[in-house]
Design a protein around this ligand. Sequence first.
Ligand SMILES: [Zn+2]
Ligand SMILES: [Zn+2]
Length: 333
Amino acid sequence: MNKYRILLYYKFINIENSEEFSKEHLKLCKDIRLKGRILIADEGINGTVSGTIEQTEKYMNALKRDDRFIDMIFKIDESNEHAFKKMYVRHKDSIITLLPEDDVNPNKKVGKYLKPNEFYQMLQRDDVIIVDGRNDYEYDIGHFRGAIRSNVNNFKEFPKWIDDNLSEYKNKKVLTYCTGGIRCEKLTGVLLDHGFDDVYHLEGGIVTYGKDPEIRGKLWDGKCYVFDERISVRINNTDEDIVISKCNHCGEKSDRYINCINDDCHKQHICCEKCEKAQEGFCSSNCRQYVLEHPEKDARLRFKEKAKMYKRYNQYHEKAKEAISKLDKNYSA
Ligand SMILES: [Zn+2]
Ligand SMILES: [Zn+2]
């Protein structure tokens, strides 16, 4: 098993002709047959890709042959399959987006980096506040013990949220963390810009912290949300690993996110296996009612049509199997 790998990486570095570079990069990835999502901008590169061990080796070597990326740090997860369906390389104005008036350059202004062990020690001090640098829905299925939940749905909202909520803590040390470390590269700069003097961030992010052989994810509660098909991964590798979130329907402990079956809602919500069956995948009775009135908005129809088509043409490739199993598993109604 574990024939596949998932790579997570980023680097803030000036990329000349970044649009042209994006096109070449997409070709490189497609030639290697990777899958994943990569953002490229003048300010750098940010990617998550999956592939076989051989493919991911090839990619890492190709990237490191480029002087700009020679010191790229890849976080590597083992996997039994791809974590994406397709390969995207998107050219953007920035790889981590803030409003123009809030933007910071991590190569010029950034917080102090902490290794997992140092971060673990700092978590336990009294003169710190711990700020989760991610979105609210990521926080909800897992976070560091004692961390402040930001009510942001988009990274752009952080500067205002900081002004509205953290002003009273300016005399404290601020610890920030995010999934792989990239968001903190800018978040710490924003904090410095907003009058905080002693700002730290977790080097390599939560995923690196979980893999540290000594710390093994201690003081992390719940799961870590990830932006690929796995949806969440385990971080606390001690016997303190717990579930902290609750099913939106029954309140039982659960850390499964699903999307509402109403195509006009599609709300990602926490739902236990039992309730997914019982509620047929709807997030609310409103959505159930809505689909009764608008039957064409029932995502199960799409699954059904897809599954039927695959069966009709005797297609049993990965995508077909997925559509058929999705239909059989939860939505046999
Ligand atoms: Zn439930
Ligand atoms: Zn819904």
